[in-house]
Every structure is written in structure tokens, then in C-alpha cells.
Write a protein that binds this ligand. Structure first.
Ligand code: GDP
Ligand code: MG
Length: 592
């Protein structure tokens, strides 16, 4: 395709504003998908994604419209996948900015606008859901004006009813610039997503920035200098369709027998081995997990199954890491690294659903940098592995800039919450008369605890949150240990700020008392810092055995009770002589 007939664009939106629905309507309107039943929302392929209404992986589809090739690149809709989003945007010249006519501008709308501007994208504002009785497009237009976008450029639409889809398509052709024509230069193709297929290996989703690539070419991945021979190139319609070659400006896929997604990372540049580009495309980063937790099978016999499942999941996900770990309390398991909490939840859910595993999951932790008195520097993401306090000179933890978007009336509560979570106020801006954006610098560890839930509940669900990693800074941190029946349970240890250790130790033992069942004997639960006990509660002994109620008579009733007990025990882990339920490990995260 001639470059002047190509338009590459993405759709950006705050969650639920209608991005996927709009994409579907555009595919339908242009006849890209004829069989409506094919899939309700083609662009969100995984079941989990559909259920949660989020797009986890970026997807691409080529749309033919009035002699033009419109390439739509769908971006993940969650802050955990910010790097993938940035690479998808780097593959485009334009962005459709979808804003819900009833909700107006929100945190991710702002974050997305900044991203689009950073990548120099032409922004086409679409005010969606105008069919809703509560729609207020005029208010959204005023908000657009306030944030520096010309409201006259906005297209009013209803993705649900298919209203004004043609106007949006026309605007893409008219307003989004054609890609740069670099056909005579050496190949530079940007990898913006990858998919693993057990037959074909890694399928690299690419945007060709310059040059061209075809079957039989020897390609070179510029970050790791690995070289492969191209088996197939093509485009998405939305199914994969073979093509002779991909040329400058086009979007499509390259299959070249790469067996490991870690060898073909998002953001990398593909060039030709025999005629390589001088420089890789800008912006390559190897994404690193930010949140870590221990995954243990409830039944130790499932260890191998868990290991295989983790290996399989990793085939498709270069940003997920795992390594064997042992816990005194939980036995053999794995320390897993995730981009963020959502990524973690998605992987846990897939392990439980697709592999039918019962897991005990420890509270997530960030990675700490510890500078020891002897000058040695270590990185630790498992609180249990913390060195002795007497050896530590300094502890550094990751900090983020958090952006909270909310109605003005809740600003007071939100600020209080941020302060309670060691937030450092940076900025406050009005989007319009009654909407405010707050900026705080905060430790990532506070964000991954109960922060978002609390923010939601303090703002009646109206606040939205976005955050970006800033870097590491020293903090006054200590390890909070939990002793159950006088023994330290390593999997319950957490890192907390020294100023909060008493309060958090107290709160935690009280919560544990609620979730750990009674035993035949009294179970003391204690919190300790540096070996010093700072809080204690007792779980009283059980009065009666469940079976005593049966008077030995009714066998079937007895069996039922036993079964019921077993069910309840399913997620229990025997730690010493005490059974601790899964809940207990996550209760560490909650805040009173
Ligand atoms: P995404 O998270 O931005 O991809 O949003 P979705 O496309 O999944 O839409 C979120 C919800 O809004 C779904 O329940 C859609 O059916 C609904 N929705 C999307 N567009 C419209 C619209 O134009 N009008 C109305 N009333 N609902 C819409
Ligand atoms: Mg969606």
C-alpha cells in the first residue's frame, strides 16, 4: 500500500468510556467483520479481559475504507501496562480520544492525552454515549477547552447505536497524517506486542517505520543482536492474513521461528541482518516487574503442576517472572514478579481457572534496595529475606507520582488518605468548576496495599488513580514479623514505615484473629519488630469438636459435616500446629 493511503491510529479512553465498543462498530461499519456473532468484542480476546472489561494485550486490525488502509492499534487500558501503551502509541500517527458524555474527563483521559501529545499524535476527540439520558456533551466540550483541546473538533457519537461512526472514519482519513515514507531506507520495524503460538512460535506485531520485510529475509533484533529467518509476514483482518511483504508505514506481523517471547520484547527494533539500520528506534526499555509475591500450592503435591503452569504463562508474557522460593511456613513455591496488582490478579486467576490450582498467595511486596553497613548493596523483594537490622545502613524504596482525579467535594478526604499513606503533596489543578486533579509523591508500597479501595470508598467511587514510577528514595523502614503460636511465620512478614509499625502491628494481629480459626488449644498471635514484641492477641481454644454434636449416631450427617469441614479447609495451610487460611496472607494488605 502506498504510504499516502495508510492511516495508523489508536483509540485511547478512560476505562468504560467505550473504546472497545467503538472499535467493534468501526469494524462492522466497514465490513471488516461480517459475521456479527463471531465474537462480541473482537479486540478483547481473552475471556478474562472480557469479564473484567479491560484490554490486557494490545491488538491490531487493518480496516479497508474508501481505498484507504486504516490500521487500528488497540492499547491496553490499565496503568500496569503503561509501557506497552507507549509503544502502541509510538506505532501511530493519530489517536481517537473517547470521552464518555456523561462521565466527562477522568484521570486516564488526562494521562492518555499527555501520552498522545508526547508521541506527537493528532488527537480526534470523540464524545461517546450521547444516547444516554445523562449525557452532557456541552460540559465535556467545556472540559476539553480547559485542557487545551479545541471543542469544535469533537465528534458526538454513540458507539452503542452506531451514531456518527462514518464521521469518525472520515476524520481519521482527513486529520491523521499519512505515515512517513521511508521505503528506501534500511528496515526499522517497531515491535509493539507479541503473542506466542505453540506451532509458529512468537508472532511479533510490528509497525514498519522504514524499509520493508518479506519472507526469507534474515532479520536482526537490535536489542539483543539475535537473528532469525522470516517465515511469514502479514496483516490482521482481524484474523492473520499472509502478505508478500510489509513496507514502510504498514502495520502487521512477522513470524520468524522465535521460540521465546523474552527474545522479542515489546519496544525492540527489527532490522535486516544484511542491511541493518544504523540506530534502533528510540524508547526501548526492558520492562521490569514492580510487584512481587509468593505463590504456593495449597497441596504440596501440586508443586510440579504449578511450575509447568508458570512456564506456560511465561511463554506469552515476557514481563512476568518467577523463581523457586522456599518458605519455612509454606514450603516450596515460587517468587513471582508482576508489572502491577492487576497483572498479578490476572495471572493468579488464570492459574486457578485454567490449571485448576489451589494457591496460597502471599501479600505483594515491592523491591527494596538495601545498603548494608559494609557497603554491600542488595535488592530484596521478599520481606522474609531481609537482613538483620544491625547490618543495615539504609533502605531505599520505589516512589511513584500518583495522579488522582475526583470531584472537588472529596478533595479533603482524598488528601487525608494520601497523607496517611506517606504521600507528599505536589500539585492540585482544576479541570473544570467541580473536578480536580491531585498530584502526590508516594511510596509504591502504599499504593499496592489497600489504597485504591479506600480512595474509592472515601469518594463514593468517583476518584480515579494513575501512577508512574519516579525512582528509589531512602525511607525509615522496618520489618514487621508475625508470630503465630510463638513461631515467626515468614510468609506473613511485611516491611512498614517505622512511624506506623505499632499501629500496623496492632491492627494486623487483630485482623488475623478474625480470620484464623480456633484450634483445640489457645493460639497467641504476636507482632514484632527487630525481635521486640509490639502487639499481641489470643485466639481462644475451641470449646467443642464439631463431631460431638452428632452423638455417634447419624453416619450420613457425620460425613456431611466432615465434608463441610474439608471444604472450609481447602485453602488452609498447616503452619506448625496451626492452620492458617489463605485470607490471612492477604489480610496483611488491608488497612483499618
Ligand atoms: P472500554 O473499557 O473503553 O473498552 O469500554 P467498553 O467499550 O467496554 O464499554 C463500556 C460500557 O459502556 C459497556 O457496557 C458498553 O456497552 C457501554 N457503551 C459503550 N458505548 C456506549 C454508547 O455509545 N452508549 C451507551 N449507552 N453505552 C455505551
Ligand atoms: Mg475495552
Amino acid at each position: 500500500m502506498q504510504t499516502d493511503k495508510i492511516r495508523n491510529f489508536c483509540i485511547i479512553a478512560h476505562i468504560d468510556h467505550g473504546k472497545s465498543t467503538l472499535a467493534d462498530r468501526m469494524l462492522e461499519y466497514t465490513g471488516t467483520i461480517t459475521d456479527r456473532k463471531m465474537q462480541e468484542q473482537v479486540l478483547d480476546k481473552m475471556d478474562l479481559e472480557r469479564e473484567r472489561g479491560i484490554t490486557i494485550k494490545a491488538q491490531a486490525v487493518s480496516i479497508e475504507y474508501q481505498g484507504y488502509e486504516l490500521n487500528l492499534i488497540d492499547t491496553p487500558g490499565h496503568v500496569d501496562f503503561a509501557y506497552e501503551v507507549s509503544r502502541s502509541l509510538a506505532a501511530c500517527e493519530g489517536a481517537i480520544l473517547v470521552i464518555d458524555a456523561a462521565q466527562g474527563v477522568e484521570a486516564q483521559t488526562m494521562a492518555n492525552i499527555y501520552l498522545a501529545l508526547e508521541h506527537d499524535l493528532e488527537i480526534i476527540p470523540v464524545i461517546n454515549k450521547i444516547d444516554l439520558p445523562s449525557a452532557n456533551p456541552q460540559r465535556v466540550k467545556e472540559q476539553l477547552l480547559d485542557i487545551g483541546i479545541d471543542p469544535d473538533e469533537a465528534i458526538l457519537a454513540s458507539a452503542k447505536n452506531g451514531t456518527n461512526i462514518d464521521q469518525i472514519l472520515d476524520a481519521i482519513i482527513e486529520r491523521v497524517p499519512a505515515p512517513y515514507n521511508g521505503i528506501n531506507q534500511p528496515l526499522r520495524a517497531l515491535v509493539f506486542d507479541t503473542l506466542y503460538d505453540s506451532y509458529q512460535g512468537v508472532i511479533a506485531y510490528v509497525r514498519v517505520m522504514e524499509g520493508s520485510v518479506k519472507k526469507g529475509d534474515k532479520i536482526l533484533l537490535m536489542s539483543n543482536q539475535k537473528s532469525y529467518e522470516v517465515d511469514e509476514v502479514g496483516f490482521f483482518s482481524p484474523a492473520m492474513q499472509k502478505k508478500d511483504k510489509l513496507t514502510s508505514g504498514e502495520v502487521g506481523y512477522i513470524i520468524s521461528g522465535i521460540k521465546d517471547v523474552r527474545n522479542c520484547r515489546v519496544g525492540d527494533t527489527i532490522t535486516l541482518k544484511n542491511n541493518p539500520a544504523q540506530k534502533a528506534l528510540p524508547g526501548y526499555q526492558k520492562v521490569q516487574p514492580m510487584v512481587f509475591s509468593g505463590l504456593y500450592p495449597t497441596d504440596n503435591a501440586d508443586y510440579e503442576i504449578l511450575k509447568e503452569a508458570l512456564e506456560k504463562l511465561q511463554l506469552n508474557d515476557a514481563s512476568f517472572t518467577f523463581e523457586p522460593e522456599t518458605s519455612e511456613a509454606l514450603g516450596f513455591g515460587f517468587r513471582c514478579g508482576f508489572l502491577g496488582l492487576l497483572h498479578m490478579e490476572v495471572i493468579q486467576e488464570r492459574l486457578e481457572r485454567e490449571y485448576d490450582l489451589d494457591l496460597v498467595i502471599t501479600a505483594p511486596s515491592v523491591e527494596y534496595q538495601i545498603i548494608k553497613k559494609n557497603g554491600e548493596e542488595v535488592k530484596i523483594e521478599n520481606p522474609a529475606a531481609f537482613p538483620d537490622p544491625s547490618e543495615i545502613d539504609k533502605i531505599k524504596e520505589p516512589f511513584v507520582t500518583a495522579e488522582i482525579h475526583l470531584p472537588e467535594e472529596y478533595v479533603g478526604q482524598a488528601m487525608e488518605l494520601c497523607q496517611d499513606n506517606r504521600g507528599d503533596f505536589k500539585d492540585m489543578q482544576y479541570i473544570d468548576q467541580d473536578r480536580v486533579t491531585l498530584k502526590y509523591e508516594m511510596p509504591l508500597s502504599e499504593i499496592i496495599t489497600d489504597f485504591f479501595n479506600q480512595l474509592k470508598s472515601k469518594t463514593r467511587g468517583y476518584a480515579t488513580l494513575d501512577y508512574e514510577l519516579e525512582g528509589y528514595k531512602a525511607s525509615n523502614l522496618v520489618k514487621l514479623d508475625i508470630l503465630v503460636n510463638k513461631e515467626v511465620v515468614d510468609a506473613l512478614s511485611t516491611i512498614v514505615h517505622d512511624d506506623h509499625s505499632y499501629q500496623q502491628g496492632n491492627a494486623l494481629v487483630r485482623r488475623l484473629k478474625e480470620v484464623i480459626p480456633r484450634h483445640m488449644f489457645k493460639v497467641p498471635i504476636q507482632a514484632a519488630v527487630g525481635g521486640k514484641i509490639i502487639a499481641r492477641v489470643n485466639i481462644p481454644a475451641m470449646r467443642k469438636n464439631v463431631l460431638q454434636k452428632c452423638y455417634g449416631g447419624d453416619v450420613s450427617r457425620k460425613r456431611k459435616l466432615l465434608e463441610k469441614q474439608k471444604e472450609g479447609k481447602k485453602r488452609m495451610k498447616q503452619v506448625g500446629s496451626v492452620e492458617i487460611p489463605q485470607e490471612a496472607f492477604m489480610t496483611v494488605l488491608e488497612r483499618d
